[in-house]
Ligand binder design. Structure first.
Ligand code: HEM
Ligand code: HEM
Length: 125
C-alpha cells in the first residue's frame, strides 16, 4: 500500500470518529447548529471522500493492470484534502470570515480536482 492510501484511510477513519462526536454534541445541544455544515462535510468529504481516495489509489491501478506512477503527488493530494477540510470545518463552526473560508474551500476543491486528474490518468493514459 502506498503512503497516500494509508494516510487517506487513517485520516478518513479519524474524520469519521470526530464527525460522529460532533454530530452527537450538536444533537445533544452541547454545540450550536452553526457546526452542521462542518459535521456534514467531515462525514462526506472527510470520511466518505478520504476512504474513497485511499481505496481508489490502491485499487484503480490494479484494475487497469498498470503501475501507479505518481505516489508523491497522491500523498500531496491527501494532505491538501485534509488541510482544506480542517480549515473549512473550523471556519464554519467558529464563524471565521468568508475570505478565510474561501481559501480553505479552494484548497479542498483543488484536492478534489487533483484526485480526479490522477485517476483519469490511471484510467486512460
Ligand atoms: C453518531 C452518528 C451521527 C450523529 C449523532 C449525527 C447527528 C447529526 C445532527 C444532529 C445533524 C443536524 C440535523 C438537523 O439539522 O436537525 C446532522 C446532520 C447531518 N448529518 Fe449527521 N450524524 C451522525 C452521522 C452521520 C453520518 C455517518 C453521515 C454521513 C456519512 C452524516 C451526514 C449528515 C449530513 C449530510 C447532515 C446535514 C443534513 C442536511 O443538510 O439537512 N451524519 N447529523
Ligand atoms: C470543495 C469542496 C466543497 C465545498 C467548498 C463545499 C461548500 C459548501 C457550502 C458553502 C455549503 C453551504 C453551507 C451552509 O449551509 O452554510 C455546502 C453545503 C453542503 N454540501 Fe458542500 N462543499 C464541498 C463538497 C461537498 C461534497 C463532496 C459533498 C457530498 C459528498 C457535499 C455535501 C454538502 C451537503 C450535504 C450540504 C448541506 C449541509 C448542511 O445542510 O449543513 N459538499 N457545501
Amino acid at each position: 500500500m502506498i503512503p497516500a492510501s494509508r494516510l487517506a484511510l487513517t485520516t478518513g477513519l479519524l474524520w469519521f470518529v470526530a464527525a460522529n462526536l460532533l454530530g452527537l454534541a450538536m444533537g445533544l445541544g452541547l454545540l450550536p447548529y452553526t457546526w452542521r455544515p462542518a459535521h456534514a462535510h467531515m462525514e462526506l468529504l472527510g470520511f466518505v471522500g478520504l476512504m474513497i481516495y485511499g481505496v481508489a489509489y490502491h485499487a484503480l491501478p490494479r484494475f487497469r493492470g498498470v503501475v501507479f506512477r505518481r505516489p508523491g503527488l497522491a500523498l500531496f493530494q491527501v494532505i491538501l484534502a485534509n488541510l482544506g477540510l480542517l480549515g473549512m470545518a473550523l471556519a464554519w463552526g467558529l464563524g471565521w470570515d468568508k475570505p478565510i473560508f474561501g481559501l480553505f474551500a479552494g484548497v479542498s476543491a483543488l484536492a478534489g480536482f487533483l484526485f480526479a486528474l490522477l485517476m483519469l490518468e490511471v484510467l486512460w493514459a
